[in-house]
Design a protein around this ligand. Structure first.
Ligand code: APR
Length: 320
């Protein structure tokens, strides 16, 4: 049986890390696509040359031609530009919206059966636009944010409790931005919910509030440290977890930006929710019940995403 084909649209910091991880995990053959000449070819060759030492079997190819992604099983999209000093949110939105148009058309023409994971920011609006431009089924197009935000939350919680990250489970709802909703009630240490751990005296509400805030600011914290770019190791790892769930039909329960059709009170929008990912793509949205406080935070986050989507419609008439 032929190996699965993984197309990475964008061969920058995250794209290169995705290619390396996909090869090392032998998820399939990798095609790196980018408009920058030489970058995808150079990264593909460099990673291929790590194969003999690492001992993986995977073909890697760099390209500027969409025809090379033909028949891809998975497409992971990081193409675009990051926000630069002096650039407004609308400037960034306008530039990356154009990128989503060309990427959406490229995927629709060459890999219409792929499971598509968008990473480009502003995430929730870009995944919506990518779905609109590509015309692929909603269950085959999703956005990576929740796995990353949850991983950050889990990491900070494991530091607080001094326990293995493996035993901390947590998830984050809502949009990938300042309004994201790290769920304290549904997060646990080995099944024990965080509010119970406060009662047991293992932590305090104040400490958890600070961890929630640090999670919300997780991306900015990395940008502040790196100064010349944004996070790429954890974002790439998170998207690979989603791709693997699809390729191996794992039925993983993972939070991601998924098309909601009434679930959690959201209709006709992409927003971060818990999902089941398997061979059918986004097979299910876990329609959890929120309490009043969580619902208010979630609604605020949904409103923020709506604002971005409306801004996209204002920029490109074909989306209105
Ligand atoms: N088609 C294909 N690739 C493109 C296009 C396009 N139209 N426009 C830009 N690119 C490529 C760039 O040439 C660059 O190699 O996208 C790549 C982006 O890489 P980086 O700038 O290194 O960005 P990265 O850190 O990988 O992040 C990518 O993910 O988390 C988000 O905010 C982040 O939107 C950004 C994206």
């Amino acid at each position: 049986m032929a190996r699965p084909k993984i197309a990475l649209i964008g061969a920058g910091q995250i794209g290169g890390t995705l290619a390396h991880l996909a090869a090392m995990k032998e998820l399939g053959d990798v095609v790196l696509f980018d408009i920058a000449e030489g970058t995808p070819e150079g990264k593909a060759l460099d990673i291929a040359e790590s194969g003999p030492s690492e001992g993986f079997d995977a073909k890697l190819k760099g390209t500027q031609d969409y025809a090379d992604i033909a028949g891809a099983d998975v497409c992971i999209v990081t193409a675009g530009v990051p926000r630069k000093p002096g650039m407004s949110r609308d400037d960034l939105l306008g530039i990356n919206l154009k990128v989503m148009k060309s990427v959406g058309e490229g995927i629709a023409a060459n890999a219409p059966d792929a499971f598509v994971i968008c990473i480009t920011n502003p995430l929730d609006a870009m995944v919506w636009a990518l779905r609109e431009f590509s015309g692929l089924p909603h269950n085959k197009v999703c956005g990576m944010a929740g796995v990353l935000d949850s991983a950050r939350f889990r990491h900070f919680l494991s530091l607080e409790f001094g326990v293995s990250m493996k035993d901390v489970s947590a998830f984050v709802l809502g949009g990938h931005g300042d309004t994201m909703v790290p769920s304290v009630r549904y997060s646990t240490v080995a099944g024990v919910p965080l509010p119970d751990l406060i009662e047991m005296g293992w932590t305090t509400k104040e400490k958890l509030d600070a961890i929630v805030q640090r999670t919300r600011d997780g991306g900015a914290e990395i940008v502040g440290l790196l100064k010349t770019g944004s996070a790429f190791y954890a974002p790439a790892t998170s998207a690979i977890e989603m791709a693997e769930a699809f390729l191996k039909d794992q039925k993983r329960v993972l939070p991601c930006a998924a098309w909601c059709d009434g679930e959690l009170g959201v209709k006709g929008m992409y927003v971060g929710v818990p999902t089941v990912i398997g061979a059918g793509g986004i097979e299910k949205i876990v329609n959890i019940k929120l309490n009043k406080e969580e619902q208010e935070m979630f609604d605020k986050s949904v409103e923020a995403v709506k604002g971005l989507v409306d801004a996209c419609k204002g920029i490109d008439d074909s989306l209105a």
